[in-house]
Ligand binder design. Sequence first.
Ligand code: F0G
Length: 404
Amino acid sequence: MSNHKVVCWDCGCDVDDPFTNICPRCGGLLTVKMDLEKVKEKKPTDLAKEPIGVWRYADFLPVDKKHAVSIKEGGTPLYSTKALGAEIGIPDLFVKYEGANPTGSFKDRGMTVGVSHAVELGVPTVGCASTGNTSASLAAYAAKAGLKCAVFLPSGKVAAGKLAQAMFFGAKVLSIDGNFDDALALARKMAEERKIYLLNSINPFRPEGQKSVLFEIMDQLQYDVPDRIILPVGNAANIWAIYKAITELKEVGWIDKMPMLTGIQAEGASPIASAFAAKTNDFVAEENPETIATAIRIGNPISGRKALKAIYDTGGYSTTVTDAEIIAAQKLLGRREGVCVEPASAASVAGAKKLREMGIIDRDEKVVCICTGNGLKDPDTIINNCEPIIKCANSVEAVENILN
Ligand code: F0G
């Protein structure tokens, strides 16, 4: 018997059509309702026998792990920082490094579940719109599953590493005139006409896999719930997925407290932070989002209302950081902790620093910053923002002159 059903997040009705991503009755967003009755009889330590990774948490996933299309995603490090935490005034600061996933971002957690479900449904072609990471991840999992894949990318705004991955894994890479929101509108049209099976995070199976980052953090902290989890917000599904994971762990009785979910946006693409400032449950879409953090260059986040619920329900927060703050945080993480993340990911650290300075974060909080993607995804931004390489004559003397 199935351990889940798909329901409308807005009106609550059951949704049986596996190919729709919106409620046929009210047009609302969909979500997966897990039946966790059997899990209530278990303890977290019962999972310890399972291999590390997303499928360790199969009890909380709506796809049978027998059907898993996996490249061994998840199992990423949780770094306890010293120098970084000291520098920004949060001694108990952790970094969850999602850049260590197979394709270098957290998207692999959702994609292993989403593509496994696509295989269960027997679809021939999968597709997505993307600022880059989703396309890289989908292309890899489609390759692994033997499915055709088309990715819709905003023209000229995808970081080199991500583009290279999507091309490398054999997807049809389509450059769409316009930004991510335009590319997503086209991908959704293709899906409505059943020409592709859509694997953007509006597909409710994607966030189900992304819940695993929270499960892992809890395992790594021995179920000592952190006070706050900070992450970048773009299309806004990941913060929702983490919230959903928290509610499910509460439901089975494995935790009794919720971390304050804190969503950080780039100043030039900040509909969620604006809605939070205005204390509203819905957001106003932005027409021309712009930021160096191209991964989160999104003006009309599909899961925006879900993200706001996640933030409000956990007593969390949302704010913006500037591109300069993002680059400074990216370098700080690299030069204090030896961790290389892409600009969108550095937004979480920039946000931690800003909110500490504002007094929103207390010094004694236990804080986890989720760093969503690997720095090598966007080498151009790194090269443009580091000291230039040094031209040096081929002699010991010349080197010594430079080093002194
Ligand atoms: N960080 C990175 C590195 C991302 O690639 C994304 C989203 C986010 C954060 C934001 O996550 O959308 O769940 O709020 N990237 C998508 C993509 C949009 O197409 O790769 P979110």
